[in-house]
Design a protein around this ligand. Structure first.
Ligand SMILES: *Cc1c(COP(=O)(O)O)cnc(C)c1O
Length: 459
């Protein structure tokens, strides 16, 4: 920000969109030139403006532009950037001690976070939680625990799944480019079943849940052998895969299929969990009670923290020394997570997520009515997306159109993200701290961008 060498973020930032330069601006372009010579090309950026401060519903860049935030750093700053409850606790912890390694000397805040997750999660019975550094690490640990507890090697995942970028988790991820291309050989014992994706199910949405569940049964019983499968791993709403909400009834049937075969159900709540969808965990919408749940993104308000929460007898199947890590459950991140839980409770953020979702779904439904290129509108709470298709044809994905709309939004001061196996989904993940006025303004910018780009697509 010009004139302010140390801008302060959080909800005190002026909550207004303001575009004062081309995007990216001159100062961001300077920094981008430095990035090109210091950071590998494989690290991309959705909107390459360098950030000076963020909070409430805006992100302010180093050129003084203020963007409406529909991304939350990919569903991370759910309670808002530099949320006071997070900042205060983390700052106090920074002054007490920064690290001991929980495996060397434990500290109470780690237990507090685990107890909160045990209390809140829909895993049945007695529970345990382990803290880690990231989403991928949470998924890796859930798989380790599932294998140790069952003595079986196989993991079943779904089409369009995203579970991370480490060797195992990219093997679990569906999409080749950019996540897997050139990075093989992949981890073995990973099997993939069709996802109950209503919009793209070949026979239509009505029988989608049933047919997809039947396909899973066939994979388990006739191809892999259920006795070789430790766990089925599923996102309750697919994230990078395009905010695919599984057809109603699919997740409960998956749970049933697993239970009947002694297969564990791992629900990956890394993107959808922690109040994002208007419930603490998205699988609560269908009363699914997983054996293990992974969380990360929204868990600590922007500090790196992941977790696996699971049934005690499974979690305790790994002997001492088998789980953990140097930085895992860092005390500053733990305090931040406790701040997140407080903010959700005292701020009524579950209800707020539902309100934001109602507003977004209503406005996006109007957009779909007006523009046939908006093929599908879907999501829950503050996790909503539109899938874009060619104006002529039967649901032909339109990734270029999605990219053009996103770029136009960015230039007009609205940060949106794309997603989807076909790259044709625009996803909206506003922080729950966004004001009604900014949400409304953002949706108007989006509608204008869709109208303009759809008109040029129809030519
Ligand atoms: C982002 C994500 C991951 C990976 O998390 P990282 O912290 O990036 O390793 C795993 N699963 C889901 C569903 C995600 O959205």
């Amino acid at each position: 920000m010009p004139g302010a060498s140390r801008p302060v973020g959080g909800p005190g930032l002026p909550q207004a969109r303001r575009i004062v330069s081309e995007i990216p601006g001159p100062r961001s372009r300077e920094l981008l030139a430095r990035q090109r010579t210091s950071v590998p090309a494989g690290v991309g950026a959705v909107l390459p403006v360098f950030v000076a401060a963020a909070g409430g519903g805006v992100i302010v860049d180093v050129d003084g532009n203020s963007f409406i935030d529909f991304g939350s750093g990919i569903a991370v700053t759910t309670v808002g950037n530099s949320a006071p409850a997070v900042v205060e606790r983390a700052a106090e912890q920074l002054r007490r001690f920064t690290h001991t390694c929980f495996l060397v000397n434990p500290y109470e805040s780690y237990l507090d976070v685990c107890e909160r997750l045990n209390e809140l999660s829909p895993v049945p019975g007695e529970k345990r939680t382990i803290l880690v550094n990231s989403g991928a690490e949470a998924v890796e640990n859930a798989v380790k625990i599932a294998r140790a507890a069952t003595g079986r090697p196989g993991i079943v995942v779904f089409d369009h799944a995203f579970h991370g970028r480490t060797l195992l988790t990219m093997s679990l991820t569906a999409k080749n480019k950019p996540y897997k291309q050139g990075f093989g050989p992949f981890a073995p014992e990973v099997h993939r079943a069709p996802m109950a994706y209503p919009y793209r199910w070949p026979t239509g949405p009505a029988d989608c849940a049933e047919e997809a569940a039947d396909a899973l049964e066939d994979l388990l019983d006739r191809q892999v052998g259920a006795e070789n499968v430790a766990a089925v791993l599923v996102e309750p709403i697919q994230g990078e895969g395009g905010f695919v909400v599984p057809a109603p009834g699919f997740l409960p049937r998956v749970a049933e299929i697993c239970r009947a075969r002694g297969i564990l159900l791992i629900v990956d709540e890394i993107q959808a969990g922690i109040a994002r969808t208007g419930r603490m965990f998205a699988c609560e919408y269908e009363n699914v009670r997983p054996d293990l749940i992974t969380t990360a993104k929204g868990l600590a308000g922007g500090l790196p923290l992941g977790a696996v929460t699971g049934r005690a007898e499974l979690m305790d199947a790994v002997p001492a020394g088998g789980l953990g890590g140097t930085f895992s459950g860092n005390p500053v991140a733990c305090e931040a997570a406790l701040g997140v839980f407080d903010a959700i409770e005292t701020g009524g953020l579950l209800e707020r997520a539902l309100e934001l979702g109602d507003t977004m779904l209503a406005r996006l439904a109007e957009l779909a009515d007006a523009h046939p290129v908006v093929g599908d509108v879907r999501g829950r709470g503050a996790m909503v997306a539109v899938e874009l298709v060619e104006p002529f044809g039967d649901r032909v994905p339109a990734p270029d159109l999605a990219a053009r709309i996103a770029r136009r939004c960015h230039t007009d001061g609205l940060l949106v993200l794309t997603a989807g196996s076909y790259g044709n989904v625009l996803r909206f993940l506003p922080p729950l701290s966004i004001s009604d006025a900014l949400l409304d303004e953002g949706l108007t910018i989006l509608a204008e961008a869709v109208a303009k780009e759809a008109a040029s697509a129809a030519v």
